[in-house]
Write a protein that binds this ligand. Structure first.
Ligand SMILES: *Cc1c(COP(=O)(O)O)cnc(C)c1O
Length: 372
């Protein structure tokens, strides 16, 4: 086995590094016009229906929210055509990842994740002093077969980020089917589908099927942060059989989903127009970026999300810093063990063009430096 067994506990935690905030870059570099393509946020803003619902709820902000999020659970259940008992909501998918780790892990536990995947799984595994096993990517995709091989009696959780952040790749329905046939009952598989609504592939698994068929070792996580443009309100949900969700509900903060978030969630689900516009904008943006990367002879990974991983080479860090000075924030991938790459969030048309112009001139500057 080629997997890496890491240090354990709080000392093993690498702090989550968020995308640099726009105003920080404005201050540091004395720039006015800064764009951020580093956190996979929605370039169209937030769902207008969600915004209106939040405005309406503001006058009730003196009261505690519904600790059970009753209306939101009902709305989600109807939207997904499952029972409300098969759902729980949290302070972002991040909050639900934390709750899952609190509920299911102790010092004896093992957790399996992929290398170059979402770092929040690692953080809460370490918080619980559990052992973390990281499986290398295969062709920049999650290697479900190797993840299966790594299972032991102590394995409690496997996080399958699908599509995977930061590579944008998916594991297919066939791969997931073969995997689910072999995963033992004592292992809970969590499918993190933060980009679910953006996937347009006939090969993408219908993971809800496993919930409908009564699998008790499957959980799905999704979020309102990306497609609905609500990253700032912090709202995510988990889908699983009620007995699997019960431990998560036991460890939850009493009011983990705030009053505005509950109102926003109910309204956002009805905002089909915004969802469709986001999907279309993202699709057009992706095609544009692919074309430009090809023109610039930069290898990239075809993405099922609202970001694209592009291979810059050994100069990736230098390029990212030079882009910052030009007011364009993108995501370095050193923390994801992909130091030769940058992760670019698909922005609006104007933002994408601005990014490509900045990238092209940066690459030209570097070439000139090297030929001098
Ligand atoms: C953005 C993201 C999340 C976090 O979602 P929140 O609901 O904002 O906490 C979870 N998983 C992946 C893979 C993500 O990219």
């Amino acid at each position: 086995m080629t997997h890496v067994r890491q240090q354990r506990g709080l000392n093993a935690i690498k702090a989550y590094v968020p995308g640099k905030p726009i105003d920080e870059v404005q201050r540091e570099y004395g720039l006015k016009d800064v764009i951020k393509l580093a956190s996979n946020e929605n370039p169209l803003g937030a769902s207008p229906k969600a915004l209106a619902a939040m405005k309406k709820s503001l006058s009730r902000i003196n009261s505690y929210p519904d600790g059970q999020s009753h209306n939101l659970l009902e709305a989600l259940a109807e939207h997904l055509r499952i029972r409300p008992e098969q759902l729980t909501v949290g302070n972002g998918a991040d909050g639900l990842i934390m709750q899952t780790c609190l509920a299911y892990l102790d010092e004896e536990s093992e957790v399996i994740v992929s290398q170059s995947s979402f770092p929040v799984y690692d953080i809460y595994t370490h918080v619980m002093r559990a052992a973390l096993t990281k499986i290398p990517l295969r062709n920049l995709s999650l290697d479900l077969e190797a993840m299966l091989q790594a299972i032991s009696d102590k394995t409690k959780l496997i996080f399958v980020c699908n599509p995977n952040n930061p590579t944008g790749t998916i594991v297919t329905a066939a791969e997931v089917g073969a995997f689910m046939n072999k995963v033992p009952k004592h292992v809970l598989v969590i499918y993190d589908e933060a980009y679910y609504e953006l996937v347009d592939s006939p090969d993408y698994p219908d993971s809800l099927r496993y919930i409908r068929e009564g699998y008790t070792n499957t959980m799905i996580m999704r979020t309102f942060s990306k497609i609905y443009g609500l990253a700032g309100i912090r709202l995510g949900y988990a889908i699983a059989e009620p007995e699997i969700l019960a431990p998560l509900n036991r460890v939850k903060e009493p009011f983990s989903v705030n009053l505005l978030a509950q109102a926003a969630g109910v309204a956002a689900l009805k905002d089909k127009a915004f969802l469709e516009k986001t999907v279309a904008t993202n699709h057009a943006g992706r095609i544009y970026l692919y074309g430009e990367f090809e023109r610039l002879r930069l290898p990239y990974v075809k993405s099922h999300t609202n970001f694209v991983l592009v291979k810059i080479g050994p100069q990736a860090t230098a390029v990212q810093e030079m882009l910052l000075k030009k007011g364009v924030i993108v995501r370095p991938c050193t923390g994801y063990d992909l130091p030769l790459f940058l992760r670019i969030t698909v922005g609006s048309k104007t933002q994408n063009v601005r990014f490509i112009e900045a990238l092209e001139s940066t690459l030209q500057d570097l070439e000139r430096l090297h030929s001098d």
